[in-house]
Design a protein around this ligand. Structure first.
Ligand SMILES: Nc1ncnc2c1ncn2[C@@H]1O[C@H](COP(=O)(O)OP(=O)(O)OP(=O)(O)O)[C@@H](O)[C@H]1O
Ligand SMILES: [Mg+2]
Length: 261
């Protein structure tokens, strides 16, 4: 079971869209995928058609030790793809576990118990909130790797250095094995020079860590969640869906190379 945290402290850069559509594309080729929604907004849950009333237990309950992962997981309309929902209670986790000496290891411990119980997933994608909060740190401590969606926009590099510093901090103290799975450029607009400049700059800085696949700005990607469907099911031929299918291929290729190394 490979645990990949999708994180960027900046809001609205495509974390949730990436978790949902990358997860769906991996599930479509037979991987057993779990998306863990760790954001109080619950967008990954809603985007997969899980209404608030249907969420019995959430990642909040898992984080505070009130539920096991297995108890919180629900299936989705997508074969091979399950969700561990998030809900608004997550906004209060910080205060609740603040004084706990193990506060950064809550999720890691939940995953350890989940593995011991025989978790059946090949890949877990953790969708993080737009902050470097305790929840995001927990997600990095529990993970094997971090995938950073980066929007091609002004000041993208500043945001990128901040998340890379945080990953480095987690690695130096809390989770020495944490890898950078990669950076994926999102909302790329080929008519906008800035998009190209950002892409070039990020590739110069990070080289092969940056995925070749670029996610274009595509309105279908933003329409799909209101139907409770991944874009890949809503319109599998749109440019956004095609890009996420390619991203999944590239990710699997990287995983094969990692295992061979
Ligand atoms: N490639 C894209 N093209 C067009 N719209 C997109 C694209 N990716 C995401 N969006 C839309 O942009 C908005 C933000 O995307 P998303 O929710 O995935 O970002 P996020 O990083 O998870 O946001 P938050 O930080 O609030 O959790 C959403 O309305 C989404 O549908
Ligand atoms: Mg989100």
């Amino acid at each position: 079971m490979r645990v990949i945290t999708v994180a960027n402290q900046k809001g609205g850069v495509g974390k949730t869209t990436t978790a949902i559509n990358l997860g769906t594309a991996l599930a479509a080729v037979g991987r057993r995928v779990l998306i863990m929604d760790c954001d109080a907004q619950g967008n990954a849950s809603t985007g997969l058609g899980i209404e608030p009333a249907a969420r019995r237990k959430s990642s909040y309950d898992v984080l505070i030790g009130e539920a096991t992962m297995g108890e919180a997981i629900l299936s989705t309309k997508v074969p091979n793809l399950d969700i561990l929902p998030g809900d608004e209670n997550l906004a209060g986790v910080e205060t609740l576990i603040h004084d706990d000496p193990r506060k950064n290891f809550k999720l890691r411990e939940a995953f350890e118990a989940f593995r011991r119980a025989g978790a059946k997933y090949d890949v877990v994608l953790i969708d993080c909130p737009p902050s470097l909060s305790t929840v995001t740190i927990n997600a990095m401590v529990a993970a094997n790797a971090v995938l950073v969606p980066l929007q091609c926009e002004f000041l993208a590099m500043e945001g990128l250095s901040q998340i890379l510093r945080t990953i480095e901090l987690v690695r130096s103290g809390l989770n020495p094995d944490l890898e950078i799975q990669g950076v994926v450029l999102t909302m790329y607009d080929k008519r906008n020079n800035l998009s190209d400049q950002v892409a070039t700059e990020v590739r110069t800085y990070l080289g092969s860590k940056v995925y070749q696949t670029v996610i274009p700005r595509n309105v279908r990607l933003s329409e799909a969640p209101s139907f409770g469907l991944p874009a890949i099911l809503y319109d599998h031929k749109c440019s956004g869906s095609e890009a996420y299918i390619m991203l999944a291929q590239e990710l699997m290729q990287r995983e094969r190379e990692r295992l061979a190394a």
